[in-house]
Structures are given as C-alpha cells and as structure tokens.
Design a protein around this ligand. Structure first.
Ligand code: HEM
Length: 277
C-alpha cells in the first residue's frame, strides 16, 4: 500500500473510533507547521534543550490546542512496519494527512508533491509572531497572509479551513460565547467548545453560509463579511457555490503545502517525528 493509502486507512479508523474531530485537527496542524517557516514538520519537534529545540508546540497559538501528534506517529510506524520504508519524511506524512483529512470529510483534493525533508530546528518565535490571531481585524489578516505571499482572496479561501472542527470557547467572539458556550457541543460533549460551522464534521461551504448569516465563530471569521469588508462579495460567492470554494481552497492549499519545503541534502528524514535523529 502506498503513503496515501496508509494515511487514508489510519485516518478512517481514527475518525470512526470516536475521534471525529481529528481530521480538522490535522488540517490545523499542517497550517501551523507551514505558515511560520515552511512545511518542514518543525511543529512536531518536542523540547530538547540539549539540541537547541524550543518546541513550537509551546508557542501561544499552539499551546494546549494543537492535536494530532499521536496519529502522525501511528502513520509513521505503520509505514515502517508495512513497507519497510524509512525514507518517508514526517513533512510528507503531515502534508498528505491534511489533504486526506479534507478528502475523507467530503472536501476537494489537491496534488501534494512528495520528497520533502524534515527540519533540524523549531521556530517558536516565528510561530508566535507569524500565525494569525482570532482577534485580528480584516487588515491584520490581510497583512499576516500577505507577509507569506498570499492574496486577500487566497486568505478568504483558506479561512474556509474552518468548514470543519471546533474552537475552545475562550477564542470565540464575545457574542458567540455568551449565546453558545453555555451548553455542551456536538463534537466534544465533555468540554466547552463550539463548532466552527453548523456542519463541523463535513467539509462543505456551510462556513460561508454561516458567515453571511452573522454566525461566524471567531472575530477573524466575522470580519470577512463585517461592516466595510471588501471581501463580502467573495464570501457570498462561496456561500452560493460550493464548487467555486472547493476550487479556490484546493489551489490555495496546494500553494500552502509548498511553502518553504526542504529538499535535497537539506534537513533530514526523522525516524521518530517528535525528535531529531
Ligand atoms: C485566518 C486566520 C486564522 C485564525 C485567526 C485561526 C484561528 C483558529 C483558532 C483560534 C482555532 C481554535 C483552536 C482550538 O480552540 O482548538 C482554530 C481552529 C481551526 N483552524 Fe484556524 N485560524 C485561521 C486560519 C486557518 C486556516 C488557514 C486553516 C486551514 C486551512 C485553519 C484550520 C483550522 C481548523 C481545521 C480548526 C479546528 C481544529 C480542531 O477542531 O481541532 N485555520 N483556528
């Protein structure tokens, strides 16, 4: 079985074993890997002071909220045991896992170029400074994505990653928090979370429907259609055309998945994704 086949099988088993949110968590994990420095699996490295690793997992946007590390480890182990192949990088696994998560949940596919290598460093300061915050205004969002060479239009399409998954109530916009954070939610009955749209286990264009209806969950979602937004037309287009959103999202994800990849003799192929060899 090839990489995509193994990733698909592990993910399906994870999702059907009561861990329905994992697809969303892996998509977010990939975004948080790529955006600060590049899609180099740097986000998977844990603290290791002897080797100068100050883990990105402890950066503010990641601490206590990033998930999916165990699934990446399971995929890595499965590849080694079933194919005897030790030349698949953690960065390749992460990129394929994000894409397959979207596909399994009903979303579009895109081409993931393989052969990327894993970083020798973590970039905690960059994770803190470069990842967008839920409190951001539309201009701050445009700037954060613009700094990474994404257009405002690509930013709006990528925000559609919020078609799946949920957020901790602490992050939700004040109005949402007051109304929706008092009861338990579909995805995580035991914790105080709120789904990012009305269909959090399906990758569809409901996120944009909810935005237009004034039901965006994060401030950074709501400002896309808020007063004075010059992106409202694009949100409206995605609300009415799932195909249009899928096409733009897939294209932007393919672009994101090529940010700062390591190739050739750069980096290494980690044997264990959380540690340097
Ligand atoms: C536009 C700027 C963005 C901001 C400010 C933002 C912020 C956040 C925050 C605060 C959470 C909640 C984390 C938690 O409580 O567990 C979240 C969840 C999530 N984000 Fe974003 N995000 C942005 C863009 C993106 C992009 C570009 C993607 C992917 C393409 C993405 C995918 C996700 C997913 C799938 C979740 C749900 C994770 C889960 O359920 O475990 N986000 N985001």
């Amino acid at each position: 079985m090839n990489l995509t086949g193994i990733v698909n099988r592990v993910l399906r088993s994870e999702l059907s074993n009561g861990n329905q949110r994992m697809g969303a968590s892996l998509l977010r994990l990939f975004f948080h890997d790529c955006f600060p420095q590049g899609c180099d699996a740097s986000v998977l490295l844990v603290d290791d002071s002897a080797r100068g690793i100050d883990s990105e997992q402890n950066a503010d946007p990641n601490k206590g909220s990033l998930r999916g590390f165990g699934v990446i480890d399971t995929i890595k182990k499965t590849i080694v045991s079933e194919t005897n192949c030790s030349s698949v990088s953690c960065a390749d696994i992460l990129a394929v896992a994000a894409k397959e998560s979207v596909v399994i949940l009903g979303g579009p596919s895109w081409t993931v170029k393989l052969g990327r290598r894993d970083s020798l460093q973590a970039f905690k300061a960059k994770a803190n400074s470069d990842l967008p915050k839920p409190s951001f205004s539309l201009q701050q969002l445009k700037d954060a994505f613009g700094n990474k060479n994404f257009t405002p239009s690509e930013m709006v399409a990528l925000s559609g990653g919020h078609a799946i998954g949920s957020v901790a109530c602490t992050f939700a916009d004040d109005t949402v928090r007051q109304v929706r954070c008092t009861t338990s939610t579909v995805l995580d009955p035991n914790s105080t979370r709120v789904p990012l749209d009305k269909t959090p286990a399906i990758f569809d264009n409901q996120y944009y429907v909810d935005l237009v209806d004034g039901n965006g969950v994060l401030n950074s979602d709501r400002v896309l259609v808020g007063p004075g937004s010059d992106r409202a037309g694009q949100v409206q287009t995605y609300k009415t055309s799932r195909d249009s959103f899928f096409k733009d999202f897939a294209k932007a994800m393919a672009k994101m998945s090529e940010m700062g990849v390591l190739t050739g003799s750069q980096g290494q192929i980690r044997r264990v994704c959380s540690k340097l060899n």
